[in-house]
Write a protein that binds this ligand. Structure first.
Ligand code: V0D
Length: 236
């Protein structure tokens, strides 16, 4: 029997620092290793038929980290793109982003915007990087955009849940089916708050650099069996 593959998966890629500490390496080594793993999991997700993979690369809270660490993180998009853009093109993977890019250094923003431009006609999976993203900010920004539309008369209806989806940064993506968090913290940490309302949640103790394509497949298979048990009447 073929399994029902989730259309949209979101991941909190936690544990790079802990992975490094356990090996007496600097935190940057964990982030570097984590960047390679973004490639491994994205390739696997694409092969499995996932349509959208949203990764929490940088939260609005991450600015509070030591300056050296923030600076190192700012260089990761370039490292990733230089290493893997060719492969993303070959596999038809498109890069997009959510979150407020205006706070990033010009060089980081440029790398991201160029990668988005180069991959925009790729049509297999969309790899969405949540960068300087916060779930509450997404909701409040959506409210303010609605307020503009309402006061300008562009919209006359009261708000509904359906309409509100359209005011979020994720408006064009399908509903999130599965959220994975590595490194065993049971928190949402201000990730996609509204969007995760109905998602299955998968938590694992594995640190992000050690989270293999095989374990990713297991998370997806678990999702498929849970949605068969709790889903509608038409499956089993
Ligand atoms: C660090 C683990 C890929 C979590 C993964 C700016 C935190 C590695 C990117 C990336 C980060 C972003 C945009 C893009 C291509 C790649 C990335 C950041 C952190 C913060 F177009 N990994 N990655 N960006 N980490």
């Amino acid at each position: 029997m073929s399994i029902k593959v989730p259309e949209h998966i979101a991941i909190i890629m936690d544990g790079n620092g802990r992975w490094a500490k356990e090996r007496n390496l600097p935190r940057s080594a964990g982030h570097y290793q984590g960047t390679d793993n973004v490639r491994n999991i994205a390739i696997k997700a694409n092969e499995m038929g996932v349509k959208v993979l949203t990764l929490y690369a940088f939260s609005t809270e991450n600015w509070k980290r030591p300056i050296e660490e923030v600076n190192y993180l700012m260089g990761l998009p370039a490292i990733f793109i230089n290493k893997f853009l060719k492969e993303l093109m070959e596999k038809g993977i498109k890069i997009e982003s959510i979150g407020d890019l205006s706070a990033f250094p010009d060089s980081t923003r440029k790398v991201l915007l160029e990668a988005m431009e180069k991959t925009k006609n790729n049509n297999n999976m969309t790899l969405v990087f949540a960068m300087n993203y916060g779930g509450r900010k997404d909701i409040v920004d959506g409210i303010n955009r609605y307020l503009e539309d309402y006061t300008s008369g562009k919209v006359t209806e009261k708000m509904t849940e359906e309409m509100f989806n359209g005011y979020l940064s994720t408006a064009k993506y399908p509903e999130i089916d599965l959220m994975i968090r590595t490194s065993l913290d049971y928190r949402l940490s201000n990730f996609l708050l509204w969007q995760l309302s109905y998602a299955e949640l998968y938590f694992t103790a594995t640190h992000w650099p050690d989270f293999t394509p095989e374990e990713f497949e297991k998370a997806v298979t678990d999702f498929a069996s849970r949605s068969r048990r709790f889903g509608g009447l038409n499956e089993n």
